[in-house]
Write a protein that binds this ligand. Sequence first.
Ligand code: PSV
Ligand code: MN
Ligand code: MN
Length: 426
Amino acid sequence: MKIKQNQIQDTNKINLQSHQEKFDFLSNSLIKTGTDVQSIVNKLKDFQVAIPSWALGAGGTRFGRFGFYGEPSNLEEKIDDIGVLHSLTQTAGAVSLHIPWDIPSDYAAIKEKADALSIKFDAVNSNTFQDQKDAAESYKYGSLSNTSKAVREQAIQHNLDVIKIGDKLGSKALTVWLADGSCFPGQNNFQTAFQNTQDSLIDIYKGLPDDWKMLVEYKPYEPNFYSTVIQDWGASLMLANGCGDKAYTLVDLGHHLPNSNIEQIVSILQLKGKLGGFHFNDSKYGDDDLTVGSIKPYALFLIFNELVYGMENNPQNPDLAWMIDASHNVKDPLEDLIQSLEAIQEAYAKALLIDQKALKAAQLENDVVKCQEILQGAYRTDVRPLLAEARLKAGGALSPIEAYRSLNVRSQLITERGKHTVATGL
Ligand code: PSV
Ligand code: MN
Ligand code: MN
């Protein structure tokens, strides 16, 4: 399934005039306040978010999984799905692979397919939270932190293999997320587990090509419910620092205890030049992996405010690896991802609207009310015409969900692939 340019243009025709009116109205009023609308539209056009290879099928919970017809059953089909997302949104120009779920069978062919759809290979993810068939050792009691040297060595070797796979595809980063931890007090020695993890990460780091980064992801709990070895940004940062300059912290929105001030975390990590990657999703309770912006859009905007500030003021921090890390049990996965991409762009656009000079001045005067007015003034602006304009300029759909539905993408996928396909992944 491939969406053609003329199909998108046809669907755009219906909304073109009303888009033009809305865009003109918004850009005229923004220009009057001194906003450089064109530069915002260009930034939105350039902003690309990786789609994880495991988000294209229906997700599940430990209570069950409800399949979604026409799911991709191999990597080729997953890339095709990302091609659909990218052609409609022009924002999904990258894929993040999970190994071993998505080992390419033919590297040249998969690269060619991705190239043809303008999709890059972003960070590769290792998996030491599941036992693989025929593996000599089990990760039941941890991987990089395990008390057994043989288990740690197997997990280290897996990460080195993942780097090799990513290297063949043009990836430049390895993301390490560990499930390691303990379920009960006394089960683990915290210090031994942490030190083993540090030593294992250093061994992996030694195998990292010069132009690669290592991204260390943290998460407070689950699947272990008493302790997690890399539980928070502090643990991640210590481990990254213990490895070297090419190791960074990765922030996943869902990996915080309720009410954590995530915007402050990303801000300080950027100040220290140590924020390497970012996983988008939303949550009400824990690592819910819900559609981005579906629960706490204002929090997302505040996070983007800091990210934008960091991107403009912290040259010591590298470009970030952006990825959606969501999973869905009740929606069409592609529609869900389109909604997430839109929410990300919306928060980014609103953050770009913030008058940074005025904010700084109000902060210096301790004018708390004005500071809030400036932030909320940007947040309350309906920026959707800016997003639509960016998509239009890039050859995408004015309204991606509408186009996805009117082009009957899902039913075509079902016709091509059949009903009862299951995507590899969690
Ligand atoms: C598990 O919590 C998780 O969702 C992490 O966020 C990782 O990024 C992802 O799985 C893939 O390993
Ligand atoms: Mn994640
Ligand atoms: Mn997660």
